[in-house]
Design a protein. Structure first.
Ligand code: C2E
Ligand code: CA
Ligand code: CA
Length: 622
């Protein structure tokens, strides 16, 4: 062996050693382990190849040649397994298929084992090594695995992405060219070198730590969570996920600043990792959501997790608030989308550590369906608006109308506004939905029927949240102008304020809306906690006494006194009153006797659609 060859082997061995160290320091995933094993295989092959060329003793040299072939022919199979893992099909492969895939290796092993008697693979005569026809089986086996690998990579290129696919094809081109060169001229020993170069490029480009791990926490990132769960769900595995969500994220961030906050995140990550058993994995999905994945479905780890998290609160000034929720896959949740959705929506508002019951999942699932239904209703204008007449006690005719929205979703059927309005508020869809509803009502008014019946106004419910938008007056005014209707024919209904709320923004929008001509009703009077003077600060045209006050009044004298005194106070403040939820003749009589101006309720009419309403008006107001 000459010095050039010698230095070549030494360089090769050193570079492979460093690659193994590099991979070992990396991530503890199977892909990486496979890559490490493949690299180790090449490393040992190189050493054996070196020995083949240097050992003088014939017996030892023969032995090392055998070792080399036994070892080296496994490499393509390892490579194939790596591909399988990379494209996430590991769990699709049945045991017998894996055994079938081993046949080429086994055949070559058979050839090697029988070689001393057949000389089929190679001969060693007078210290000269000579290849036999059997060696081509080794190349055949290698080609088989490479072709399978390429086939799978191309087939599932979408799963691994274009960049990785290209990296991989380059890697294969390197190896193949090495093999071909050596096949043509066995004296040019480039195969191992080019293979190790290829492995190095994969190690650097594909198995890049930054792509699978979140830096702040050293836990696996969202992409990895998605990939892993897709595999596990497809494979039909049963496992548990623990959603560990930080509730007071923004407060902590403001209090501690980014650096200290990241330290806390890191600490949470490392405390969770203390619980890792076997293949458990901890992920961090940004925005304060950790997920702990375990295949141990027998034992509930919630308490252990809570204990670990409490350790953190012993040290920090401001407590972290965390909710811990356990769900089982696939019983409770069976898609990656749902998992991500839950991680976004699970939350508590407190600053202590708390276990959540799994019924939270049903709530989140329902909310997600409702959210979808709202989007659908907005995009397809498929909500409907019904109207409930409000009757004047003086004239017994329809004084005004209240518009109420209905969603009948093709998927989940009828959803009550009590439910979808809340979801719309939580998801921010309320603005878009309300605007559509508003336009719908305005376009109904534009049809002109209502003006035939001497109505005072149509009331439209708007959410308090909307009053925090300073552009609301302009938005609504633009719709009014588009249809050219009288702005004072619209009465906006808003519910009571909570006393502790900061109302400055709300008041500003309110006053602006009044200024441009909208009327206002205070809805659900008596359910909020606002005091009477704060109501007086706002210039309402009408106050609607909540139905619960009326309904309670029939229960006892005490409740009756509450109704009476409320009517009296509000009248003294010169408000006109609507009593809603009126269902019986007695209630009507009682309210009339107490001077309540307007009555709304099933006693007169349920909310009805536009056409039925016009019929009702014909009868009642002619
Ligand atoms: P609300 O504004 O207090 O509307 C009155 C609710 O009481 C309506 O329920 C109505 O159907 C019901 N109601 C009226 N009279 C009677 C009665 O005699 N007996 C009984 N048992 N119920 C009666 P609905 O339509 O289910 O609406 C529920 C709530 O959803 C509304 O309460 C309102 O807060 C909200 N909502 C409805 N439509 C809209 C909308 O377009 N926008 C907004 N922001 N909220 C809406
Ligand atoms: Ca209302
Ligand atoms: Ca009400």
């Amino acid at each position: 062996m000459n010095t050039v060859q010698m230095s070549y082997f030494i360089a090769l061995i050193v570079s492979l050693l460093s690659l193994i160290i590099f991979l070992r320091k990396g991530i503890e995933r199977r892909k990486n382990k496979l890559l490490s094993i493949a690299t180790l295989n090449i490393l040992l092959s190189s050493i054996l190849m070196y020995l083949n060329r240097t050992i003088e003793n014939v017996q030892y040299s023969v032995f090392s040649h055998y070792c080399y072939h036994f070892l080296h022919c496994v490499f393509p199979f390892l490579f194939f397994l790596y591909v399988v893992d990379l494209i996430g099909r590991w769990y699709d492969i049945k045991k017998y298929k894996t055994i079938l895939m081993l046949i080429p290796v086994i055949v070559f092993y058979g050839i090697l084992i029988s070689n001393p008697f057949t000389d089929f693979a190679f001969t060693y005569t007078n210290g000269v090594y000579k290849r036999g026809a059997g060696i081509y089986f080794e190349y055949g086996a290698a080609s088989f695995y490479m072709i399978c690998g390429v086939y799978w990579i191309i087939k599932y290129r979408k799963a691994i992405g274009t960049k990785k696919t290209i990296d991989f094809i380059l890697f294969l081109a390197l190896i193949t060219s090495g093999v071909l060169i050596q096949l043509i001229n066995s004296e040019i020993k480039v195969e191992l070198f080019l293979t190790s170069l290829g492995l190095l490029s994969i190690g650097c480009n594909i198995e890049n730590r930054d792509q699978v791990v979140n830096r702040q926490t050293d836990c696996y990132n969202a992409d990895t969570l998605v990939g892993d769960n897709e595999q596990y769900i497809r494979a039909g595995f049963k496992y548990n996920l623990y959603f560990i969500n930080i509730a007071n994220l923004n407060i902590l961030l403001n209090y501690y600043g980014v650096n200290k906050f990241n330290e806390i995140l890191n600490k949470i990550g490392s405390h969770l990792k203390k619980l890792i058993y076997k293949n458990d994995t901890v992920y961090y999905l940004n925005s304060g959501a950790f997920i702990y994945l375990t295949f141990d479905i027998e034992n509930d780890k919630t308490d252990k997790i809570i204990v670990e998290l409490n350790h953190i609160n012993e040290l920090t000034e401001l407590n972290i608030g965390v909710s811990v929720l356990r769900i089982s896959v696939p019983d409770m949740v069976d898609s990656v989308n749902e998992i991500l959705n839950i991680s976004k929506k699970v939350n508590i508002k407190d600053n202590y550590i708390k276990k959540l019951s799994s019924s939270v999942i049903d709530k989140i699932k329902r909310e997600t369906l409702v959210e979808k239904a709202i989007r659908y209703a907005i995009n397809n204008n498929s909500f409907t608006v019904v109207y409930q007449p409000i009757i004047s006690t003086k004239t017994d005719t329809v004084h005004s109308l209240e518009s109420l929205t209905r969603i009948n979703d093709p998927n989940i059927g009828f959803i009550s506004p009590d439910e979808f309005i809340k979801v719309a508020e939580d998801t921010g869809l309320i603005y878009e939905l309300s605007e559509k509803i508003f336009e719908h009502v305005v376009s109904d008014i534009k049809k002109g029927e209502f003006s035939n019946y001497n109505l005072d106004h149509v009331a439209i419910n708007i959410s308090r949240l909307e009053l925090n938008r300073l552009d609301l007056p302009e938005t609504l005014k633009a719709i009014i102008d588009k249809y050219g209707i009288d702005i004072s024919f619209i009465n906006l209904e808003i519910t009571e304020t909570h006393q502790s709320e900061d109302n400055s923004l709300l008041l500003k929008t309110f006053n602006r809306l009044k200024e441009i001509g909208f009327k206002f009703s205070l809805d659900d009077y008596g359910t909020g906690l606002s005091n009477i003077s704060s109501i007086y600060e706002m210039d309402f045209d009408i106050v609607k006494i909540d139905k619960s006050i009326l309904w309670n009044s029939t229960k006892s004298e005490g409740y009756k006194a509450i109704l009476d005194s409320n009517i009296e106070i509000l009248h003294n403040l010169k408000f006109k009153l609507v009593s809603e939820g009126v269902e019986t003749k007695e209630q009507v009589e009682y309210l009339k006797n107490h001077g309540v101006e307007y009555i709304q309720g099933y006693y007169y009419s349920k909310p009805i659609d536009y056409d039925k309403l016009v019929e009702y008006l014909k009868v009642k107001n002619m």
